[in-house]
Ligand binder design. Structure first.
Ligand code: GLA
Length: 739
């Protein structure tokens, strides 16, 4: 029978037909196996694909398609050189098997083997609410009991994705994680332009743009804490051409991690860009026990095809809605004594400053550094850090009496601490040398005469928590905390940890544990994230802080530039801007610049001339009236100080019925002024508006006619001239719909 079947002759045409059927079967099979997992937000899509062999690759990142059935046609449109590994576009590139490029994850298994392969197991997509979805994808090594779960939390309206991973295993012994990225992206474009930042004390957020060439460009930090001092983890990648404010495709990336980070931007041999971002694995191979879960922090990104301005508005609104502590709430204006007194004050002086706070009209007084330490008084920055008891000479009646005194004069009281730090000249250092980060066999090396406490140690965590808790317990009406962090970590070593390779990671996790505990008990008390100037802000920290200190450099001219750059990533409500005596600009210019975020003062009020004082008092009232627009409005950068003599930035409310426009002269050469009208953005073309100058210095009149009406159409096509010149170097405009 079988023989007879075998002997049946099939015609040539029949054979062709069967071949076609077979081919079709395999290709539909292929299609069925090539599962697509699109992560879509309102405008964009990140499309993952499960290959036949269960590799998980990225097949698309960009503007989303009208029909998701077409994502599987994209790959065929690219005729780039071959991929020798099948995983150049891996969604999470494992090291040591087929991979030939920078990995996202590298491990040494319990048996000493260094190879890893990760294949798709399953995925689940949970809609957390109307706007937020969480996709998780399980990957597993086919040979080892080693698993990675990739998480993608997407925010639909804001076009934002937060991505992180969890790593675990059930091998017969510990596994060492050599590299552990949070995310691995793969972008296709003709060329890529990186906009990155660098800096130092008083020079934070200096932008630099360059075309990426083949190979790896790394943005990283190895400072341990205040990790962003030389280089923050925020960056932009423009695709095909450098994006401008309103044009071009641009991705913003940022690590939500307050310690060492590493972001590799690899332009591979196929001309695609691989982005691998996570905690820095520098000096940090991590030993993971069976069944233990290693979670990476999130890498955050947004993408726009309408330029940098659109991307920043998405990020700002995401931050206010979902990340920044009390992002939709309010903030307090303040008078700080740092530059007014430095370490030189006593109860009497502070009592005067409390009165000045009231006179000025801000919400509270902030007592800065220098209030503590007795055996080693904090009279300069060489001693006292760690000894958080009131200095008896300066404050014989303690902080409590100051808090009460503030109440008596009708203001509030806030205080500065730097709880993660210790001066070698301190009782804390004498009592607990084992709480200090330092190498046992090496000389100590200092940053601002101080060392960092070992937050990987739970006892130190309790101590740091106790500083804050103690202050609030003794002074329940304490209104505010400025949390400083002035040193980096040298000689990284913890006498608490058995495995020193865990130090950098455990330090930051310890810090978060403390902050978590503080926020559990004091959910909304405003706290400023400060770090000897900037150098510490990121979105993991901002879950616990209401605001950050961008820089000790408060020269308003410098600030126009610096705040401009910060604003791409952080909303105005989070930016603490103080009026100080830095710079040569008049008080109006200094105040106007500080009003672009969260306003504060650090000046000697009693030394202000009559008109200067009057101006400041009025400015605070003006600010109080318009701050909801600045804090919650959409921000539009109108004229770039790097390119023009006049900088201009606008905040427009959601209803497009009101806005505030800040304008500054940034070029002091002869004749520099606003020669051209400045085009507005974000208005309703069909609405009618009036534009009035506000925050005028006493005795001056505006050169602008505030009664004239303009259509939104006119203001966005032609613009408006704020009449900025050397006699009017700072001009604030209020735009309002006229009905
Ligand atoms: C840092 C801060 C300043 C001030 C000093 C106090 O430099 O950035 O604002 O608080 O510490 O020592």
């Amino acid at each position: 029978m079988i023989n007879r079947m075998n002997s049946i002759k099939i015609s040539k045409a029949g054979r062709l037909f069967i071949l076609l059927i077979l081919l079709q079967l395999t290709s539909s099979n292929l299609y069925a196996q090539n599962l697509l997992i699109p992560i879509e937000t309102i405008h964009n899509a990140l499309v993952l694909q499960v290959e036949n062999n269960k590799d998980l690759n990225i097949v698309y990142f960009g503007k989303k398609l009208a029909s998701s059935t077409e994502y599987n046609k994209i790959a065929a449109m690219y005729k780039q050189t071959g991929d020798y590994t099948g995983q150049l576009n891996s969604a999470y590139t494992p090291a040591g098997s087929r991979n030939l490029v920078e990995p996202a994850v590298a491990v040494t298994h319990a048996d000493g083997n260094n190879s890893l392969d990760l294949r798709y197991l399953s995925h689940t997509n949970n809609k957390l609410n109307e706007n937020v979805s969480l996709l998780s994808i399980r990957l597993k090594d086919p040979v080892y009991n080693f698993e990675v779960t990739l998480f993608y939390k997407s925010y639909f309206k804001e076009d934002v994705i937060e991505q992180w991973t969890e790593i675990k295993h059930t091998e017969k012994g510990s596994v060492v994680l050599q590299k552990f990225a949070s995310a691995n992206l793969h972008l296709k474009a003709g060329s890529f332009y990186l906009n990155q930042y660098h800096g130092d004390w008083a020079k934070e957020m200096q932008p630099e743009e360059s075309k990426l060439s083949h190979g790896i460009k790394t943005l990283d930090s190895k400072l341990g804490t205040r990790a962003n001092l030389f280089q923050p983890s925020v960056f932009m990648i423009s695709m095909d051409k450098p994006a401008t404010e309103d044009e071009g495709s641009v991705l913003y990336g940022a690590m939500e991690w307050s310690g060492n980070f590493k972001i590799d931007l690899e332009l591979d041999y196929q001309d695609n860009l691989r982005i691998i971002a996570g905690m820095n694995n520098y000096a940090s191979p991590y030993t993971l026990k069976p069944n233990e879960i290693f979670s990476t922090p999130a890498f955050l990104y947004t993408f726009s095809t309408s330029g940098k301005g659109d991307a920043s508005r998405k990020l700002q609104s995401w931050a206010r809605n979902y990340k920044l502590l009390d992002g939709k709430g309010t903030r307090l204006t303040l008078l700080n004594n740092w530059e007014a007194t430095y370490f030189d004050f006593n109860e009497q002086k502070l009592a005067e400053l409390l009165k000045d706070t009231k006179k000025l009209g801000v919400d509270f007084f902030l007592l800065d550094d220098g209030w503590f330490g007795n055996k080693y008084p904090r009279n300069d920055d060489h001693a006292g850090l760690g000894d958080w008891q009131e200095n008896k000479k300066k404050l014989p009646n303690g902080i409590s009496s100051l808090v009460k005194e503030a109440q008596n004069v009708g203001t509030k009281f806030g205080i500065w601490i730097e709880p993660e730090m210790v001066n070698p000249k301190s009782e804390l250092y004498e009592k607990h040398p084992d709480w200090v980060i330092k190498q046992p066999k090496r000389d100590e090396y200092y940053f601002r005469n101080q060392l960092v406490l070992d937050l990987s140690n739970p006892k130190v965590q309790d101590f740091v928590y106790g500083i804050v808790d103690g202050l609030f317990t003794k002074n329940p009406t304490l209104a505010y905390i400025k949390w400083d962090c002035n040193a980096v970590i040298y000689n990284a070593y913890s006498s608490h940890l058995k495995n020193q390779s865990h130090f950098y990671i455990e330090y930051v996790k310890g810090l978060y544990k403390v902050l978590e505990k503080i926020r559990a008990k004091y959910p909304k008390v405003p706290m400023m994230l400060c770090s000897g100037g900037g150098g510490r802000v990121d979105y993991a920290a901002l879950q616990y802080f209401t605001e950050f200190w961008p820089s000790d450099n408060t020269d308003p001219l410098e600030r126009v530039f610096m705040q401009w750059e910060y604003s791409y990533f952080y909303p105005a409500i989070s930016s603490s801007n103080h009026v100080t005596d830095w710079g040569k600009q008049p008080i109006k210019f200094r105040t106007d610049v500080a009003m672009m975020g969260k306003l504060g003062f650090d000046i000697v009020v009693s030394k202000l001339g009559e008109n200067d004082l009057k101006f400041c008092q009025e400015a605070i009232k003006t600010y109080d009236a318009v701050k909801p627009i600045i804090w919650q409005g959409d921000q539009y950068r109108l004229s770039d100080p790097k390119e023009n003599s006049v900088a201009s930035i606008a905040y427009i409310n959601e209803a497009k019925s009101a806005g505030i426009i800040f304008n500054y002269l940034v070029n002091y050469r002869y004749g520099a002024k606003s020669t051209q009208p400045i085009r507005l953005k974000g208005l309703d073309p069909n609405k009618k508006y009036t534009i009035k100058e506000i925050n005028l210095y006493p005795g001056t009149n505006s050169s602008l006619d505030g009664a004239k009406g303009y259509s939104g159409d006119f203001l966005m096509k032609i613009g408006f001239n704020p009449d900025v010149n050397s006699g009017r170097s700072s001009v604030i405009l209020k735009i309002e719909e006229s009905k």
